[in-house]
Design a protein around this ligand. Structure first.
Ligand SMILES: *[C@@H]1O[C@H](CO)[C@@H](O)[C@H](O)[C@H]1NC(C)=O
Ligand SMILES: *[C@@H]1O[C@H](CO)[C@@H](O)[C@H](O)[C@H]1NC(C)=O
Ligand SMILES: *[C@@H]1O[C@H](CO)[C@@H](O)[C@H](O)[C@H]1NC(C)=O
Length: 475
């Protein structure tokens, strides 16, 4: 059974190439009527509900992947295939069921990835910035942890004898994955090196440590975050000359070595680069720890394809290992850097992350069966990301709108952010973007250009303009 949290389009794959414009057949009303019939017939088959009990569950979480992001990613996927884009189907569009959810945190209207992860993994809404604790726990206050721990579906699955896994493009101890195994009042306590002495003295544990201590032997762990596992001053294996990637631990522990020692007789493998990952034989590996970067993995668009695996490659290996368990498995897959691209106002990076997560969903579908596997695709929160401006069919999703702004008679990109770092004044006026390379990976898209009154934009040059929340830190 497959469930996605978003809207489903019809089911037609169209093979047109003309751009701009649209396929000739769309001028024929019969085309649309046949499409509607196919969609309706398909919907009627859903009345034969798949009532099998799921043995396996895969949860795909697109961090920050709100509905406008899904729509834009759909168009991008089609455009990467040489099509107009709008008619494309994402893998998640093919899922038969859709739902919407309300994602607020107990103390926040706009939630963060920590409080939301606690909600969808542990079933309990929680405060912003906290993971695996209920709303009686107060952010950053160590002494509110004890007694307020809540457990996750990953633990419930492990307790039921299933294999369990976590795959993310962020640090493995980042907000989303950490709610699956940690109980921490502060999402930023990645290792004890990030914790205040007071919290350490009061007995609170850092998240990296909890990854290995709370749930014994999580079967598959893949993502970034290597530096949080090693003692301070330990140079990183991949970047030994770069001091900012040194280990961060104050307690002197080497969590990777502790793990590999414990796994000696258990067919466990530790890998830190793509080559070692793809050369593993999943039949010979029962436990896998893959830490591919000191911090987060690179964006898909900037990935070194020799040294870092894609999300799809990680998901492929994870499922092959986990599905060996006859009792089934639970796998959490996070497209974690959709969110980071959006925080930076870099829509191109964000949308390529979303398309890559969709590829991973396709791969997972090929490795599992709808008769025993429940797949869910959802997001934890949205972003102030939008696109508009009456763009024509097949317009580059990163392109300009076809008309000028009513306010200043200058062109504008279809994609806009409501806040964040993209706002820029040139000689006291909005930049003329017609000469800007909007295909660049790192262009920060414009912010709120239609709605900013001139006097306000002058008050806040180069920063945020429409909202108090500035999207400049990766949450
Ligand atoms: C808990 O710790 C906070 C500081 O983080 C302190 O202000 C408070 O008094 C402590 N509460 C108790 C009950 O010890
Ligand atoms: C990083 O590790 C190296 C090698 O141990 C050491 O010389 C250097 O001082 C460390 N730098 C920082 C910032 O910890
Ligand atoms: C914007 O720049 C283009 C050329 O790059 C120019 O043709 C156009 O007149 C400019 N518009 C304004 C309003 O300055």
């Amino acid at each position: 059974m497959k469930v996605t949290a978003l809207i489903i389009l019809g089911c037609l794959v169209w093979e047109g190439t003309a751009k701009p414009g649209f396929p000739e057949q769309e001028k024929d009303p019969e085309f649309w009527k046949e499409w509607a019939q196919r969609t309706l017939k398909n919907a009627l088959t859903l009345q034969d509900l798949n009532k099998n009990v799921a043995k396996n569950i895969i949860l795909f979480l697109g961090d920050g992947m709100g509905i406008p992001t899904v729509t834009a990613a759909r168009i991008l996927k089609g455009q990467l295939n040489g099509q107009n884009g709008e008619e494309t189907q994402l893998e998640m569009d093919k899922f038969p069921y859709v739902a919407l959810s309300k994602t607020y945190n107990t103390n926040a209207q706009v939630p963060d990835s920590a409080g939301t992860a606690t909600a969808y993994l542990c079933g309990v809404k929680a405060n912003e910035g906290t993971v695996g604790v209920n709303a009686a726990a107060v952010k950053s206050q160590c002494n509110t942890t004890r007694g307020n721990e809540v457990t996750s579906i990953l633990k419930w699955a492990k307790d039921a004898g299933k294999s369990v896994g976590i795959v993310t493009t962020t640090r493995v101890n980042h907000a989303t994955p950490s709610a699956a195994y940690a109980h921490c009042v502060e999402r930023d306590w990645y290792s004890d090196g990030e914790m205040p002495d007071e919290a350490l003295q009061s007995g609170c544990k850092d998240i990296a440590r909890q990854l290995f201590e709370n749930i014994p032997d999580i079967d598959v762990i893949m993502g970034g975050g290597r530096k949080y596992m090693y003692p301070r001053n330990t140079p990183d294996v991949e970047y030994p000359g770069d001091k900012k990637h040194n280990g961060t631990r104050k307690d002197g522990r080497n969590l990777v070595k502790e793990w590999t020692d414990r796994m000696k007789d258990k067919r466990g493998s530790y890998v830190w680069n793509r080559k070692d990952l793809v050369s593993l034989n999943p039949n010979n590996v029962d436990y896998l720890l893959g830490l591919f970067e000191p911090g987060d993995l690179p964006y898909e668009l900037e990935r070194n394809k020799e040294t870092d695996p894609s999300l799809t490659e990680m998901v492929d290996v994870a499922i092959k290992i986990l599905k060996k368990n006859e009792r089934g498995f639970y796998l959490l897959v996070e497209g974690g850097r959709i969110d980071h691209g959006h925080h930076d106002g870099k829509a191109k990076l964000a949308l390529h992350e979303a398309v890559e997560m969709d590829r991973a969903i396709t791969r997972a579908g090929l490795l599992t069966s709808i008769y025993d596997t429940l797949s869910v695709v959802t997001a934890d929160h949205s972003h102030v990301f939008s696109f508009g401006g009456y763009t024509h069919r097949g317009n580059s999703i990163f392109g300009l709108a076809p008309t000028m702004s009513d306010i200043d008679q200058k062109p504008f990109t279809s994609i806009l952010y409501g806040n964040g770092p993209g706002f820029k004044l040139v000689n006291g006026a909005r930049e003329n973007v017609s000469a800007v390379d909007y295909t660049s990976h790192s262009l920060a898209f414009l912010v709120c250009l239609i709605t900013i009154p001139q006097h306000r934009s002058k008050q806040l040059p180069g920063t945020s303009c429409c909202s108090l929340e500035i999207g400049d830190s990766w949450r």
